[in-house]
Design a protein around this ligand. Sequence first.
Ligand SMILES: NC(=O)c1ccc[n+]([C@@H]2O[C@H](COP(=O)([O-])OP(=O)(O)OC[C@H]3O[C@@H](n4cnc5c(N)ncnc54)[C@H](O)[C@@H]3O)[C@@H](O)[C@H]2O)c1
Length: 324
Amino acid sequence: MKSLKNKTALVTGGAGFIGSHLSQGLLDMGARVIVLDDLSTGKKENMKDFLKNPKLFFIRGDANNLNTLKNIFASYKIDYVFHYAAKVGVVRTYEDPLGVLRDLEGFRPILELSKKNKIKKAIFSSSSEVYGNPLELPSKEDGALNPKIPYAAAKLVGEHYFRFYFHKLGLPATALRFFNVYGPRQESSSYGFVTGIFIRQALEGKPLTVYGNGTQTRDFVFIKDNVRAAIATLFAPKTDGEVINLGSGKPSTILNLAKKIAKVSEDPKVKIKFVPRPEHDFILYRHPHVSKMKQLLGFLPEYSLEDGLRMTYDWYKQNYGKRN
Ligand SMILES: NC(=O)c1ccc[n+]([C@@H]2O[C@H](COP(=O)([O-])OP(=O)(O)OC[C@H]3O[C@@H](n4cnc5c(N)ncnc54)[C@H](O)[C@@H]3O)[C@@H](O)[C@H]2O)c1
């Protein structure tokens, strides 16, 4: 296994679901990790397994703020930047579109400082939302985009910034277009994501509410695979200046997801209920083309949907009630 000993990584959004797992992964590889998070949706509790690690430095602050970032770059010799802080969640972006667009302000400062300080690699967490209601399936990185919501617009601008800083200014930088990531610690409130919501419903003895007839598709990647791919990107210079889909390439219908969650719950009382699709559930299909991911990263997810869901379910079961 490659080592990150004597390397320092800045993870913005590191107290969030994905960022906390990534931070743990980086620490496990020997890196020193600086987490910058405003705790807007993230939680210190997400970092409880490694908060006391002497190589972990937590800074509460705004990743879009130039002075905050300047102070961090002045205090630590940073080798890698993972820019994961963002106002997340489709429902949230409906409620506060302008708040989402504030994330546009963070790209230039973090990239300028990364370039000035000659970091080795910057990675950006983009999203399959840039495909909106996809115009082609499977969706290819250089194919047609159809962003529909401010969150998607912010992600698209971020991708362009990261590409531009490599192609024009020589900063090694990559944007990863995450499809649906799921796993322990993911938000399961009504602002959350389908997997967490279904699991919470199962644990509360409520039916799993499938929108419409459940034939919508999404592409699910277990958090451990997502982290492995992001870290692999550090060691893959071919990814510099690229935008890469990060998915399984094997989408699942939402009904199939609900059935699998009912199965892993091993609770025969868990039922599925079909409900009308709310306004924000207008994306029918997602299906990433994953050949670029395989070629440039040599990456393939290891966890099957069922195995990942079982681990996620078990985690929620143990932690249920202690958080939302
Ligand atoms: N979860 C997914 O399926 C998915 C899919 C595509 C893209 N992404 C992207 O991955 C990243 C992580 O998402 P997540 O699912 O872990 O969500 P999350 O809400 O758990 O993590 C986001 C973190 O960023 C922090 N944050 C938000 N704005 C900030 C700011 N201005 N300054 C400092 N910290 C700030 C939040 O407190 C939170 O800890 C995000 O950029 C998200 O857009 C996630």
